[in-house]
Structure formats: C-alpha cells, structure tokens
Design a binder for this molecule. Structure first.
Ligand SMILES: CC(C)(COP(=O)(O)OP(=O)(O)OC[C@H]1O[C@@H](n2cnc3c(N)ncnc32)[C@H](O)[C@@H]1OP(=O)(O)O)[C@@H](O)C(=O)NCCC(=O)NCCS
Length: 235
C-alpha cells in the first residue's frame, strides 16, 4: 500500500530527474538505523538538531509503523548521484534489500513518534534513557497518542534540490491519512522552512515553547481531514 502511494504521486510528476529515479517507499525498522544515522548526519549541519544513533534505535524499535524511508534501487552499472559518495558511506546506506533481492540505498527518511499534545513538545522530542529495560517514564513515544510528531525529515545532500522532500512528505502524509493512525501530523521547524511546510498543507501556529537543541522553533500542524471527517460522520 505504501509503495502505491509513491507510484501514484510519481506518475503525476512533470518530466524531471526525480521522475526517472527507481524509488521505493517502505517502513523503516531497527535494521535501518545505521543508514538513517548517515542520512541524518549528512543532512543536518547543526549537531544539536540531529537525532542521535541511540534515539534512532529507540524510535525505529518502537515507532516503525510511522517511520518511512525513500530508497533508490542500486544499479551496479549506473550509480548516478550515489557515485558522489565515498564507498564506505554508500555501503552503510545500501545495507538493504527489497523482496526482489535488489539492493536499496536509503536517500531520505521521515522518522516520527506518537504524542498526546496537538503540537510537538520537548517531552515528545526526548526518549527514556533506560528504554530497553524499564517501563516508559513519560517522555518519548506515546502509543495511544493521536499526533504524529515528525522529528526527522532528511534528504541526503546529493539528492536535495530534486523535489524528493515534497515527494516523500506527500507520500508519507497520504499514507498516514489513509492508514488513520492519527488525527494530525505536527513538527517543529526553523523560520526559513515555514513556506516549505505550508505548501505541504501544514498550518503555521507561531513560535513553539519547545527548547530542544537551543529553541527558536515554530509549530506546524497538518490535520488529517479525512480522519476528522470520518469521525464526525454519524454511524
Ligand atoms: C529541507 C529539505 C527536506 C527539502 O527537501 P528537498 O528535496 O531538498 O526540497 P527541494 O529542493 O525539492 O525544494 C522544495 C522547496 O523547499 C525549498 N527549500 C529547500 N531547502 C530549503 C532550505 N534549506 N531553506 C528554505 N527553503 C528550502 C525550496 O526552495 C523549494 O521551494 P519551492 O517549492 O518554492 O521551489 C532538504 O533539503 C533537507 O533534508 N534538508 C536538511 C535537513 C532539514 O533541514 N530537514 C527539515 C527539518 S524541519
């Protein structure tokens, strides 16, 4: 179902480099942590804004169903933009295979948790330090939450500027909406990216009270209209 969302959107793209990429959209799991950490480190210039490897392990263990990656099918004869990467780094990104045993390289990800607040809070951004062996202590993922808190949207720099950010987000939001996992998606962003998220249907709610990574964030929220409408419809 997830891949179908991507293919439908790609079919509607104007002729462009992105339209000709052999892409896969699938759920991320713990086996993808190293690849996610590479994408995250390369995409976010400010180390304070990056999800750490341990936090990825927590999120990909607990929130796989709402964390998705965009992969490119690796063609041994033509690596395209991937040929710009150092071989060790490419190896970390290509440690994935699809059901047809094709090698896939992660080029972008959207990694989230569920939260109970209508906007992303510092509690949502955090994770329980002893998450492997203790009961959750109130921070991090809340399985009953109705807000998808999108913490990491990152495109590998070699693939930025092609429209993959909007393509990944539209695929992801369409999939979440149809899956009825939550009522809304929320995120924190810097001022410069407010127009980017507005074009994707997010509402600007002003400065956030979250102080994660030094603060200065803005709240953006995207309501899943179909989910809300469906709930409002009398049975
Ligand atoms: C921001 C990001 C997700 C955009 O994805 P992308 O595939 O490179 O996006 P595109 O180049 O196709 O551009 C889409 C739109 O976003 C705008 N945009 C892209 N990068 C931007 C940036 N750094 N600042 C402001 N606007 C930006 C583009 O100008 C374009 O606007 P347009 O539709 O009006 O032409 C991607 O560049 C990225 O991963 N950046 C590093 C990590 C990051 O900042 N993530 C977001 C955290 S909230």
């Amino acid at each position: 179902m997830a891949q179908q969302h991507l293919e439908l959107l790609m079919a509607g793209l104007p002729d462009s480099e992105a339209k000709h990429l052999d892409l896969r959209f699938r759920e991320l799991g713990i086996a993808d942590q190293e690849a996610c950490s590479v994408v995250e480190t390369r995409a976010f210039m400010n180390p304070e804004h990056r999800c750490t490897p341990e936090k990825f392990k927590y999120r990909l263990t607990n929130c796989s169903a709402i964390s998705y990656g965009l992969f490119i099918v690796l063609n041994p004869d033509h690596k395209g933009r991937l040929s710009k990467l150092d071989p060790g780094m490419l190896e970390k990104l290509t440690n994935q295979e699809d059901s047809a045993s094709q090698k896939l390289a992660l080029v972008a990800h959207a990694v989230s948790t569920l939260g109970t607040s209508p906007v992303v809070t510092d509690e949502d951004m955090a994770f329980p330090k002893n998450w492997r062996d203790a009961q959750p202590n109130g921070v991090g993922h809340k399985a009953h939450g109705r807000t998808v808190c999108l913490h990491s949207l990152a495109i590998l720099p070699e693939f930025q500027g092609l429209g993959l950010g909007p393509l990944l987000m539209n695929t992801y939001l369409g999939f979440l909406n149809e899956a009825r996992i939550a009522d809304r998606a929320a995120l924190l962003c810097e001022e410069r990216l407010v127009p980017f998220y507005e074009k994707l249907g997010f509402k600007f709610l002003g400065p956030s009270s979250a102080q994660f990574g030094g603060g200065g964030w803005y709240d953006m929220v995207h309501d899943f209209k179909d989910t809300v409408d469906a709930k409002a419809t009398p049975s």
